[in-house]
Design a protein around this ligand. Structure first.
Ligand code: 5GP
Length: 175
């Protein structure tokens, strides 16, 4: 069994999501928002965020991963599940669990921008800027965290711990 050290409590997370949603409601007043939830890690965050958004909202899902050169944004994007709907002319917000190197999101953003959305912003629950290899910034960031491997609230370690209501640092225990 691994040990999970609580880093961000459930209350801190939900308070922060309420703040982020309030800002989004202000910024998108009079518009409709199309949320693009990045599977699987972004699901818990996306649901809680969507519940607090008061302007009209639609939600779609995509599953992507990247493998890269290690430097710059010259990696490759694998689309495991594409969006069901077209995004042309829509105000889109990508909802992600964590930005680490930034490679996945910078490639996903490039792919989505080619589909001509009216606007495309990024909303991430966590940001780990220490390991960034590309220049990518989220318009909405929940928590900036140090370079630790975290799990919970949608984030996994070997597909486990997504259901934890808090976010914790994983201490890996060798067998
Ligand atoms: P990036 O392309 O920004 O390096 O990678 C982003 C993806 O890496 C995230 O969507 C997430 O799946 C994974 N990731 C990066 N850091 C962590 C972490 O600390 N914990 C977990 N569970 N996944 C992480």
């Amino acid at each position: 069994m691994d040990i999970i050290h609580e880093m961000i409590t459930e209350k801190q997370i939900t308070d922060k999501i309420s703040e982020m949603a309030a800002q989004i409601n202000k910024d998108y007043e009079g518009k409709e928002i199309h949320l693009i939830c990045v599977l699987k890690g972004g699901v818990f965050f996306c649901c809680e965020l969507a519940k607090r958004i008061t302007v009209p909202v639609t939600i779609d899902f995509m599953a992507v991963s990247s493998y890269g050169s290690g430097t710059g944004s010259s990696g490759r994007l694998t689309v495991k599940k594409d969006l069901d709907e077209l995004i042309e002319g829509r105000h889109c917000i990508i909802v992600e669990d964590i930005i680490d190197t930034g490679l996945t999101l910078s490639l996903a953003k490039k792919m989505l921008l080619a589909r001509n959305p009216a606007s495309l912003n990024i909303c991430t629950l966590l940001d780990k800027p220490a390991r960034r290899v590309t220049k990518i910034e989220a318009l909405y960031t929940g928590f900036t965290i140090p370079d630790k491997f975290v799990a919970g609230y949608g984030l996994d370690y070997a597909q486990k711990y997504r259901n934890l209501p808090y976010i914790g640092e994983v201490e890996f225990i060798e067998d």
